[in-house]
Design a protein around this ligand. Structure first.
Ligand SMILES: [Fe+2]
Length: 216
């Protein structure tokens, strides 16, 4: 699929309405992270079977994922890739995975997901594309980024930045947060609806989030 560069919020021109979203908690309940990872590694009927418990927990009318500020460090035209990790890169490796769904729990295929975040020392690459990349959700609405846990920088709790865009629709810009972070409570824009689901005591490390888009 041809990469379609994302634009800054102020340049959004896709669609005639705005998208917002929030964590679909019901989509998380009863579906272990390992189940999702297994599903991500599979295709066809086998994948459908492994993912069935996930979609069955989603209910019509789920609130869309909330939008948040883009921040000052978005760089357009990131490379299309699923793996942002580079050999020798400091930091704890993690897979950021989930689904893109509409409010009726239907998967959104071909949704553009653009992820960017700071490195383990809290520094953004504003000259290149280190820890930046985009991909498209698959036919079942699934995505997965291999990356690292971002560090912290002054004034903000630990977070990822992401843009999500269903084909031909407007861009959802938001941020994702880590549960149990001491800086969450003091962060001026932190929202609990944007918390990642991170199962403890399981490997490999996985952070899960399902985006729910208002597609009208
Ligand atoms: Fe940031």
């Amino acid at each position: 699929m041809t990469a379609r560069p994302l634009k800054a919020d102020s340049d959004c021109e896709y669609g005639s309405f705005m998208i917002s979203s929030r964590l679909s908690r019901r989509a998380l309940i009863g579906a272990g992270a390992s189940t999702l990872l297994a599903g991500l590694a599979l295709r066809g009927a086998q994948a459908q079977q492994s993912l069935l418990p996930v979609t069955s927990q989603c209910s019509d009318g789920d609130e869309p994922t909330p939008r948040q500020t883009e921040g000052p460090y978005f760089t357009p035209n990131s490379p299309e890739r699923t793996n942002l990790f580079e050999d020798g890169m400091p930091g704890e490796r993690i897979a950021l995975a989930g689904f893109v769904l509409d409010q009726r729990c239907r998967p959104v295929a071909g949704a553009l997901l653009d992820l960017w975040h700071c490195d383990a020392a809290g520094v953004y690459d504003n000259d290149g594309y280190r820890l930046r990349g985009h991909q498209f959700s698959d036919a079942e609405g699934r995505f997965v980024f291999e990356t690292i846990v971002p560090g912290r920088y002054p004034g903000r709790t630990r977070h990822y930045h992401v843009k999500v865009q269903a084909p031909g629709r407007s861009i959802l810009t938001t941020q994702l947060y880590f549960p149990g972070e001491p800086g969450n409570d003091g962060d001026r824009i932190f929202e609990s609806a944007l918390l990642l689901d991170i199962p403890l005591g399981r490997g490999p490390n996985l952070a899960r989030y399902d985006f729910v888009l208002d597609l009208g």
